[in-house]
Design a protein around this ligand. Structure first.
Ligand SMILES: [Zn+2]
Length: 297
């Protein structure tokens, strides 16, 4: 939905007065709004008891085609700190939200500012958070925003940032060692979201669907995939089970019959929300284990 800036501003003002009258909020906490799960998770990990974090895109929702609601715009208008991914993941934040809010007193964090971004098919690859190495840089920007906005609790935020940073570095290290000695160098994924992992840890990804995660591949795409799998003698396909297990099973059935091999369908999470009680880091560990299987580490 695209509405004119003027009408949004009026609606926001009306809605904000309503918000004030119904939501006293947590006055002693920083109000942080993040566009999606990984950023909200990092903000909570660093901010702890001094932040109240609102996540605009619900858990495990397709992010590329998402559009904000009026209540989302109101929440952003009310926030002390607003965090978005950047790298063209959440464009709507810059085009639809930023122009209609009062930016005066808030810190707006483009979490990928300063990050070395990759391109895929002439576009920016927006899937930065999937690499622990890049995600660490995004989380660091959140840490800086917290200590700038709330210097009184700097020591607390610094300590929690150090702990989080250590987790990212351990994970990065685990990926480097875990994938240093592999037999294969290609992975087949339904959605090409693993470019930053592939670039850092030395393998290649072939996306079956492309950029948007909720499309279904056509017959010619499947035929190409079958050719590539035969060429690479690799019969593993990665899916994020959040999207469609039915689709994965249909894909396996087709690949089995066309390659004459038993294809393996393994999970690689996009980390767009907790899955089966696994948080961001637990999904990262699961991804690493499955990559070791598929790449034959
Ligand atoms: Zn994606």
């Amino acid at each position: 939905m695209l509405v004119t800036t003027a009408s949004v501003v009026i609606i926001v003002i009306v809605a904000v007065s309503f918000w004030h009258s119904t939501n006293p909020g947590e006055a002693d906490k920083l109000n942080v709004v993040a566009t999606f799960y990984p950023l909200a998770y990092f903000a909570e990990e660093i901010g702890g008891e001094y932040v109240s974090v609102l996540q605009l895109i619900p858990h495990n929702t397709e992010v590329h085609s998402w559009q904000p609601s009026i209540s989302g715009i109101v929440a952003v208008d009310e926030a002390d700190i607003v965090i978005y991914n950047g790298a063209d993941l959440d464009n709507w934040f810059e085009t639809d939200i930023l122009p209609s809010i009062n930016q005066g007193n808030k810190i707006i964090v483009d979490s990928t500012e300063g990050v070395e971004l990759l391109e895929a098919d002439g576009l920016l690859d927006p899937h930065t958070w999937i690499s622990p190495y890049v995600a660490k840089q995004q989380a660091q920007r959140i840490h800086l925003a917290l200590i700038q906005k709330d210097p009184e609790h700097k020591q607390y935020y610094d300590q929690r940032w150090q702990d989080l940073k250590a987790k990212f570095e351990q994970l990065d290290n685990d990926y480097v060692t875990g994938l240093s000695n592999v037999q294969k160098d290609v992975i087949f994924v339904t959605h090409a979201a693993f470019g930053y992992l592939a670039a850092r840890y030395g393998f290649e990804q072939h996306g079956v669907i492309g950029l948007s995660a909720d499309e279904q591949p056509g017959a010619s795409v499947i035929a190409d995939l079958v050719d590539m799998m035969l060429n690479h003698t690799t019969y593993v396909v990665y899916v994020d089970p959040v999207y469609s297990d039915e689709y994965a099973q249909a894909l396996k059935y087709t690949l089995d019959s066309k390659t004459g091999q038993s294809a393996q369908i393994l999970n690689l999470y996009f980390m767009l929300g907790p899955v089966e009680d696994m948080d961001y880091f637990e999904q990262q560990e699961s991804n690493l284990n499955n990559l070791k299987l598929g790449l034959e580490a």
